[in-house]
Design a protein around this ligand. Structure first.
Ligand code: HEM
Length: 400
């Protein structure tokens, strides 16, 4: 039987349903994939993706991180994730201060309190891991740190969900998504004005007071657009990712129950389980970059001026990098290769420590709440979004 032509369409139903079969073929048959229709490249092997993530002089972030953004004429909203050095370096060193290990640890009790709150209201007979638990709590942690009042914290998540959602075949943001982006921007603009008048002990107030060097080395304050851009990014990063990771955790531990049992027997394995979840089915599937010059990765040459998909989720399943890469194994040797689930290089996840802490605590709480459970497979629903993957609905029944 001849195999169908290899097509990587990141907005197709087939891809949303299961990207991993496509990745496997790409790694084997077309590690330097080129799409003539949309004129982009895609890298799927670990050695290529890691090399490109490291080479920020060739692979630029300034045009955005998804295909529609990179192809657009207008540059994206100003935000750390869309900056190259030296601007990125200045912004990152400023923001690193907000995510010190101490700042993250100080959120521990908040995370525990929120996780407990949502589980206390949950029905073990009819529990949806995402809708009832991992959806609502991470966004509350990050928006609270940023300074968003309680009544708007869930609203931030709904705006982001709408903005990232895609119908099959839809590359750019929908009308509803645009509207959600405008509402988010207006909301944060208003909040920044309030904090300028009346500073509080929160991240937005600290960003208002902070200074970074400009192109001439003079110190300057951040403007409203920069602060709003960062607040929006944080809301997105905080709302989408841990939510997805915990949904896929419930699904994968149900598929590999021996791994769940290992955790029940020995909770010291939780941090390793978080790393394996990030490797095996991390929420961020890819980031798109733009080549500033003719460049070379181990699988070949890419000309200047092209969008390039860096398929992190594929690289993490590359058997040239990880032994038995398709096995979900919380005890695997993690020194074999760099796990790219939280990115790599200068843009690697700023919220990594927070993400790890939230995920570990959430797993701990789930082990208590549902030591034995069954997934209601018919009710499983995947999200259809640009660059993040996971489930919107993971209904489970807790077994006695
Ligand atoms: C499981 C959870 C998470 C995953 C899988 C994840 C993944 C990633 C990845 C892959 C990148 C690299 C993007 C690139 O190279 O273009 C990134 C960057 C970033 N993440 Fe996360 N993230 C998570 C949680 C968070 C949280 C909770 C926050 C916020 C507090 C956060 C804030 C950021 C920021 C601000 C950046 C941009 C850093 C920069 O450009 O220097 N992330 N994340």
């Amino acid at each position: 039987m001849t195999q169908a032509e290899l097509v990587f369409d990141p907005f197709s139903q087939e891809y949303f349903n299961n990207p991993f079969d496509i990745y496997e073929r790409m790694r084997a048959e077309a590690p330097l994939y080129y799409d003539t229709g949309e004129d982009f490249y895609a890298l799927s092997r670990h050695e290529d993706v890691a090399a490109a993530l490291k080479d920020h002089e060739s692979f630029s972030s300034t045009r955005g991180c998804d295909l529609a953004m990179v192809k657009a004429d207008e540059p994206p909203q100003k935000s750390i994730i869309f900056m190259d050095p030296p601007e990125h370096r200045h912004m990152r060193s400023l923001l690193n201060k907000a995510f010190t290990p101490r700042a993250v640890q100080s959120q521990r009790d908040v995370v525990i309190e929120l996780a407990d709150k949502y589980l206390a209201g949950a029905d073990p007979e009819n529990f949806d891991v995402v809708q009832d638990f991992s959806g609502p709590f991470p966004v509350e942690v990050i928006t609270r740190m940023a300074g968003v009042p309680e009544e708007y914290r869930q609203q931030v998540r709904h705006w982001i969900d709408t903005s990232l959602s895609r119908e099959p075949g839809q590359m750019g943001t929908s009308e509803a998504g645009m509207q959600a982006n405008i509402e988010t921007a207006m909301y944060y603009y208003g909040l920044v004005q309030e904090r300028r008048e009346n500073p509080q002990d929160d991240m937005i107030s600290r960003l208002i007071a902070a200074e970074i060097p400009d192109d001439d080395g003079h110190m300057r304050r951040l403007d409203d657009i920069e602060i709003c851009g960062f607040a929006t990014l944080l809301g997105g990063a905080g709302a989408e990712t841990v939510t997805k990771l915990m949904g896929t955790a419930a699904v994968n531990f149900a598929r590999f129950p021996d791994q769940w049992r290992k955790l029940l027997d020995d909770r010291s394995k939780i941090p390793a389980a978080v790393e394996e979840l990030l490797r095996y089915e991390g929420p961020v599937q890819y980031n798109v970059r733009y080549t500033l010059k003719d460049t070379e990765v181990p699988s070949g040459k890419i000309p200047a001026g092209k969008p390039v998909f860096l398929l992190l989720a594929s690289a993490n399943r590359d058997s040239a990098a990880f032994t038995d890469a398709d096995a979900f194994d919380i005890d695997r040797d993690r020194t074999e290769a760099q796990n790219l689930g939280l990115g790599y290089g200068i843009h690697s996840c700023l919220g990594a420590a927070l993400a790890r802490m939230e995920s570990a605590l959430a797993l701990e709480k789930l082990l208590d709440f549902m030591p034995r459970y069954e997934v209601q497979w018919d009710g499983l629903r995947r999200v259809q979004m640009q660059n993040v993957a996971g489930y919107s609905h993971v209904p489970v029944k807790v077994l006695r």
